[in-house]
Design a protein around this ligand. Structure first.
Ligand code: SAM
Length: 269
């Protein structure tokens, strides 16, 4: 990267400069030639130049066209990558992926923090589920992604991600490892696609019920889900030794799935 490069805060441009962190991300990703890797925001290429030699193919999405020349230069000895200069959120990932056939799809990235959740939910909404995700995100967000039940960080996103993925926080990363230095610390999170998922009869209803359950964190399920059939909910909660006075943070993924499937059973009768 040229020293004169003017970093854009609006694009979440905090580039990694710490080689240990880069090595640890690459080791955790455990990429091989059978892997198609998606990287969102290659930036100055700190991760990219390590990823590309290891993977079968890399699909890189970068919004900032000022970075294109440098990235192409950096990767000039490789032909196993495609660089798309665009806003990742506007892409049709399924269509982009049609061109490739690889046994494994991974997402490895130091994400632009201002759109971490939209990026992850886009994959899920577009029904593109990487086998493994290794991402650097804001530490607070990492705590929510990987939160345990009955903790303050356990929320709708935790439950929702947990439906698809086993999520673990791998390690924290200090703000000093970036240029420019951000105002927050970071963490690297690993998400492995679950090989088996419980059947959810209506995924949109599941998303809505989970979201509504956590709407007011201090309110109980009776209040947060008052617009649904509380008899059904009470009956399901009873199976797990809960009643309507419990809070969403007390309920596991299985309970939410059970509630939604029961609602669907009765709505179809
Ligand atoms: N990967 C580099 C690194 O680790 O040093 C840069 C990471 S930086 C935190 C985030 C990168 O995402 C920047 O290069 C930024 O321009 C890019 N970016 C921001 N918004 C984007 C979007 N909507 N689509 C694609 N790339 C985006």
């Amino acid at each position: 990267m040229e020293n004169s490069f003017h970093f854009k805060k609006s694009f979440g441009q905090n580039f990694l400069k710490d080689h240990n962190v880069i090595d640890n991300i690459i080791k955790s990703a455990d990429i091989d030639k059978d892997t198609l890797v998606i990287e969102i925001g290659p930036g100055g290429g700190a991760l990219t130049k390590e990823l590309v030699p290891l993977c079968g193919r890399a699909l890189l999405y970068e919004i900032d066209d000022r970075l294109e020349e440098n990235l192409r230069n950096l990767l000039k000895e490789y032909d196993n990558f495609d660089l798309k200069i665009c806003n990742f959120l506007d892409t049709d990932i399924s269509k982009d992926l049609c061109e490739y056939k690889y046994p494994k799809l991974y997402l490895v990235a130091n994400l632009p923090y201002y759109i971490t959740t939209p990026i992850i939910t886009k994959f899920i909404d577009d029904n593109v589920l990487p086998d493994k995700i290794v991402i650097m995100i804001q530490k607070e967000v990492a705590s929510r992604f990987s939160a345990k039940i009955n903790t303050k960080d356990y929320g709708s996103l935790t439950v929702f991600l947990n439906y698809y993925y086993d999520v673990v926080k791998l390690f924290d990363v200090s703000r000093n490892c970036f240029v420019p230095r951000p105002n927050v610390d970071s963490a690297v999170v690993e998400m492995k696609l679950k090989s088996k998922r419980k059947n959810v009869k209506d995924i949109d209803l599941f998303k809505k019920v989970v979201k509504d359950s956590f709407r007011y964190k201090r309110k109980n399920i009776k209040n947060n889900l008052k617009d649904y059939d509380l008899n059904i909910i009470e009956r399901v909660l009873g199976k797990y030794d809960f009643d309507l006075n419990c809070r969403a943070e007390n309920l596991s993924l299985d309970v939410f799935i059970d509630i939604v499937n029961e609602m669907k059973t009765y709505s179809n009768e």
